[in-house]
Write a protein that binds this ligand. Sequence first.
Ligand code: PLZ
Length: 452
Amino acid sequence: MSAIDIATTPLGGPTLAQERRLVTSIPGPRSQELLDRKAAAVAAGVGHTAPIEAVAAGGGVVVDADGNSLIDLGSGIAVTTLGNAHPAVVAAVQTQAAQFTHTCFMVSPYESYVAVAEALNRLTPGDFAKKSALFNSGAEAVENAVKIARKHTGRQAVVAFDHGYHGRTNLTMALTAKSMPYKSGFGPFAPEVYRAPLSYPFRDGLSGEDAAAKAISVIEKQIGAENLAAVLIEPIQGEGGFIVPADGFLNAIVDWCRANGVVFIADEIQTGFARTGALFACERFGIVPDLITTAKGIAGGLPLAAVTGRAEIMDSTHSGGLGGTYGGNPIACAAALAAIDAFENEGFVERAQQVESILKGRLTALQEQDPRIGDVRGLGAMVAAEFVDPVTKAPDAALAGAVAKAAIAEGVIVLTCGTYGNVIRFLPPLAIGDDLLHEGLDVVASALANAG
Ligand code: PLZ
């Protein structure tokens, strides 16, 4: 069994050489060996984007077992926003792991869980008393937000939106819009989940107000406010295609929820923690959610998720009604405290705004030369290009897939997304340098020029 050779493998973190370096084709022989073992040992349903064996990562690069160094424009799906193996996160993990790895917070509480809750209560949008509960994954946070909203309102129905993504568990599959690959064949799905139309400016051409009126009409006519516990929405749809709703859309939905006693849940699992150029995307739209779900960036790569919100809603659940063996694991909480400190004090919000101007500047320049890029959109370090037929605007998933594949072969990790699979999304770690970011975009641009 080939284990990582500590003597020859570089440590990760920001001191890792910040360069794109290809010493073999991708995948190289050692990576291929792992991929063969994966194919034999790991269930076929668990896919992968970049055909490499990762051995170290940091700043803006991922290094593979063959010594290739790839530019990272995906952050492990918006997780390593601080840069992989951020030194403060590493130190916090090491210290906590040597102290205790687990007690179960429901058995013997410890300080770091409470401190994470205090930090979330302080930092999430809303100038009112808040409380939090911690979980393991984004999907689990969404499930619990729905449980809490149902208990609080005594109502059952939940509205999610077209293009929404909320996870892969049974309830969150029901909340997720796209069938393939997330839901197909995995039903039956949880009941009392309804779907409303989203604002999608590039495709619906509607103002935020008009799009909201359309969604509200569907909600009122097909469900009825008196039956509705919660409206759940990502401020910017992530997996669904980085869709930024038109101005005023979210505000109108929030106002309607408030007027009707419906809990408004912002799913900020992908958009949270500086990703969009604010600590939370809600701030960029001027909205305040009743409950907010967070995960991904929260703990610098450790698995942790949270539901935070109005104290009276969070407290509506009976004692013992929320929990789980590992929720708020002490190592994940220690990592989160280090990560949150970095988010607050190391200029990451400002860095996300700089990354936005680089990404949008480069991609809109590319769009001017190439009409196959129908739309460039996003906020902060969460920007995407939607590929279309230049005449009909029909989604071109084959082109997006080909460009992403060619970029990876040239040493740049990019991810696709979108209901139609025709979007390339850029989610660089905020620790990436400008030069490396530009080089990554150069590679994507030439992959596009060479495609089709
Ligand atoms: N809500 C908004 O983006 C996770 C999923 C990747 P978990 N997105 C990446 C995949 O194909 O599985 C996500 C999200 C939003 C919820 C989730 C779910 O978070 O931590 O993956 O459960």
